[in-house]
Design a protein around this ligand. Structure first.
Ligand code: F0G
Length: 463
């Protein structure tokens, strides 16, 4: 082991108070379990999983303070004290004026899309996200990807692969006119690109350009603290700044945000819609009653809003985020060392294996990333997720499959849950599958649901 200086260590700024025991399974049990699940890791029973890297969503370990906060739940139907606490924290930390709680991120996406999108509108965004694009489409909008080309190349080392290509945006404005574009949807640490950040410089440029055209910027702020960390360590001028101040600056260039608090904000359930415009807020706070609940609870219990308010404050601590991303980078470096092809640079919320380079003998119609996720489960009980042709789905108009350039398996790291030893076991297992990769033959899809097919599709092994 190399001796490291304190400057580089990322040890956790907490200690463990309670543990959850895991069930150990045999390869034969796992082969049976994944076949029963139709080779879709979403359909496995969680008790059959050893290390669960399906998602970082709702899987964080809450702190003792968050659990204590849950005991302070004010379960009144209207005007709960926890709502006012949450509202104050969102206003202070992110700087938005109005806050509407929702049961999770997609609840906020639904309301926002209904309020801002008219049929035929164009919604540019820095790469699609599954639920976000679907809500835009259900509201009558048409999504256009305006992320830089580098983001679609897993091996490209650009430090801010979440950046928007302003020329692509200008092209859309020329083609459709600014009045057809109500807002651009900007994601932080872009999930589908491998947790890749957007730079502050790019945000500022976008703000200057869109403001004169009357186009709003709506942030998908789901992993904003992680993005702030990358700005701090990669963008000139931000090294000495706190995560908290960078987070607030990001929000200052936008008009509102949708938030899945199940990620950054360290809660198991919850989200919100934040807005600055009074008219938009009025419409959204009326609409939320239809889909989620009254505007002071939005589908959440008072205790959930309290845990969220406390989690938001914990999420912007410099020590927390350094350890969080430090752990992800530790795993990524192990993989790199073993020669596993991964998305570079290492992103914020997980390691993304490049299934195209891992399984070059499989074309996308054989669902390489889906097949690889199934094999990883069989090897050591590690549950991962496909982010490739299955997740991309079909074009709503033509019904044709999207064939995304990125065909990835996501190893998503829950926050404050697993240890460094777990990271070592994961790397060893991936390496084992890598050594036997030529035996992997691919899958065929035998059941395809209409919406967000990756969640419930079923597959069979190619013989
Ligand atoms: N936006 C982003 C960037 C997300 O990653 C997610 C969820 C959402 C919006 C929707 O939020 O789940 O609370 O309704 N991502 C999860 C994931 C599902 O595993 O990446 P939600």
């Amino acid at each position: 082991m190399k001796v490291k200086t304190n400057k580089h260590s990322w040890a956790e700024p907490y200690k463990i108070k309670m543990v959850e025991l895991l069930k150990m399974t045999t390869p034969a049990q796992r082969k049976k379990a994944i076949a029963t699940a139709g080779y879709n890791t979403f359909l496995l029973k969680s008790e059959d999983v050893y290390i669960d890297l399906l998602t970082d969503s709702g899987t964080s370990a809450m702190s003792d303070r968050q659990w204590a906060g849950m005991m302070l739940g004010d379960e009144a139907y209207a005007g709960s004290a926890n709502f006012y606490h949450l509202e104050k924290v969102v206003q202070e930390v992110y700087g938005y004026k109005y806050v509407i709680p929702t049961h999770q991120g997609r609840g906020a996406e639904n309301i926002l899309s209904q309020v801002l999108i008219k049929k035929g509108d164009i919604i540019p965004g820095n790469m699609y996200f599954t639920t976000t694009r679907l809500h835009q489409e259900l509201a009558g909008g048409i999504f256009h990807d305006i992320i830089i080309d580098e983001a679609h190349d897993a091996a490209n080392l650009h430090p801010f692969k979440g950046d928007v290509d302003v020329n692509k945006l200008e092209g859309l404005v020329k083609e459709y006119g600014a009045d057809k574009i109500p807002y651009i949807c900007i994601a932080v640490t872009v999930n589908m690109a491998g947790g890749q950040p957007i730079s502050m410089g790019n945000l500022k440029t976008l703000r200057a350009y869109t403001q004169k055209l009357g186009i709003k910027i709506i942030l998908d702020m789901t992993r904003i603290a992680e993005n702030a960390y990358f700005i701090k360590v990669r963008e000139p001028g931000y090294t000495q700044r706190s995560i908290r101040s960078i987070v607030k600056e990001i929000c200052s260039y936008t008009d509102g945000a949708t938030m899945s608090a199940k990620k950054d904000a360290l809660v198991n359930i919850g989200g919100f819609l934040a807005l600055n415009d009074a008219d938009d807020y009025e419409e959204a706070s009326n609409l939320v009653v239809v889909y989620e609940g009254l505007h002071t609870y939005g589908g959440l219990a008072g205790r959930d809003m309290e845990a969220m308010a406390i989690g938001i404050k914990e999420s912007i601590s410099d020590e927390h985020i350094k350890a969080r991303i430090g752990q992800v980078i530790y795993l990524g470096e192990q993989m790199r060392h073993l020669g596993i092809p991964i998305t570079e640079p290492i992103g914020g919320h997980g390691i993304f294996i490049d299934a195209k380079r891992f399984l070059p003998h499989l074309n996308q119609d054989l669902f390489p990333a889906q097949a690889l996720a199934a094999e990883l489960y069989i090897d050591a009980g590690i549950r991962t997720m496909e982010r490739g042709v299955v997740s991309a789905g079909r074009n709503a108009k033509t019904g044709k499959n999207y064939y995304p350039k990125l065909e990835l398996v996501r190893l998503t790291i829950p926050r404050r849950v697993y240890t460094q030893a777990h990271m070592d076991v994961i790397a060893e297992s991936v390496f084992n599958v890598y050594c036997n990769r030529k035996k992997i033959k691919g899958l065929t899809m035998v059941y395809e649901p209409k919406y967000l097919r990756f969640f419930q599709a079923r597959f069979e092994k190619i013989k």
